[in-house]
Design a protein around this ligand. Structure first.
Ligand code: SAM
Length: 301
């Protein structure tokens, strides 16, 4: 069954008395080349990291299964999480030829990801692959990043290959020299490295979204390249630095760190060699780690 054929999609929807739902961000792929390319990009990276292990992937939002089908052909094990219960019987039909798929009817944002990975994959490293529902792109990526490292510091997610809106992709893949750089970019740079792979125009979806999409891959480090004394402090500093985007870091951080006098925040920033008027979007993850350590020392003394 060609799951990217518009007539097949419509026939399945009608057979199971359902339709595409805007509230769940449903835009189904209708060009078979796109899910094939996304699955290839996900799997080839995963396999390059773990050539001799069983391969596993989590898909968020399988829809009617076009990307899932490709992932099942590449990976040894696929677990797909779909919120829309009306799609579950469709997936049972469209994926019936695969024995390596488990479909879970849950809201991905509500699952305990650590437990979920243990239950389905044991201690193996897994990748994530999805054509993301755009209304929750940021919370999904933040949830994945938080899970990216085990308690003992070892990575258990290998990579995150996702389709997002092109503007969001620019932010996720930005460097501190770009205008698109923000708190989520700095967070990604702590856990790994994001690369943009290719653009996908609106006519590849049913229904067509208003904007162009891009596929990106976040390649997660086994260990962070730059270390910090406290990850909690690091993310507090990153959030604080971008809390008031048009403001200097001194002003933005002082609104978040009310326990430290503003003049002292200025001294910490200049003490690390930064200009007093610097803004958060100029700081690399290495700079943020240094700043977080300085804030730790300040608060603990
Ligand atoms: N993978 C399919 C494709 O590429 O054609 C569908 C992608 S569609 C953009 C997003 C999918 O995510 C939909 O199937 C939608 O129902 C599902 N979804 C939306 N919110 C979700 C959530 N919180 N948890 C799990 N799935 C979700």
């Amino acid at each position: 069954m060609n799951l990217c054929n518009v007539n097949v999609v419509k026939r399945l929807m009608s057979k199971y008395q359902t339709g595409t739902k805007k509230s769940f961000g449903q835009n189904f792929l209708i060009n078979p080349q796109v899910p094939s390319d996304i699955a290839y990009e996900s799997y080839s990276y995963h396999k390059s990291k773990f050539p001799h292990c069983q391969s596993g992937v989590i898909e968020i939002g399988p829809g009617i299964g076009s990307l899932t089908n490709e992932l099942c052909c590449e990976y040894d094990k696929v677990v797909a999480v779909e919120i829309d219960k009306t799609l579950i019987p469709i997936l049972a039909e469209t994926l019936s030829e695969h024995e390596n798929i488990t479909v879970v009817n849950e809201d991905f944002l509500k699952i305990d990801l650590g437990e979920f990975i243990n239950e389905h994959f044991g201690s193996s490293s897994v990748s994530v692959c999805a054509n993301l529902p755009y209304y929750i792109t940021t919370p999904i990526i933040m949830k994945l990043l938080e899970q990216a490292r085990k308690e003992n510091g070892q990575s258990r997610l290998t990579s995150i290959t996702v389709m997002v809106q092109r503007e969001v992709a620019a932010r996720l893949c930005a460097s501190e020299k770009d205008g698109d750089y923000g708190a989520i970019t700095a967070s990604i740079n702590y856990y790994g490295h994001a690369v943009k792979l290719f653009d996908v125009s609106p006519d590849n979806f049913l229904p067509a979204p208003k904007v162009t999409s891009s596929v990106i891959r976040i390649e997660l480090y086994d260990e962070p390249v730059y270390k910090t004394k406290s990850e909690k402090m690091l993310f507090r500093v990153i959030e604080g630095a971008f809390a008031q985007r048009r403001k200097t870091m001194v002003n933005s951080l002082s609104s978040v760190f009310s326990e430290i006098p503003k003049s002292r925040i200025g001294e910490i920033i200049t003490g690390l060699g930064f200009d007093i008027n610097i803004r958060g979007e100029r700081l690399s993850i290495k700079d943020f780690c240094a700043l977080a350590d300085a804030f730790c020392e300040e608060i603990n003394h």
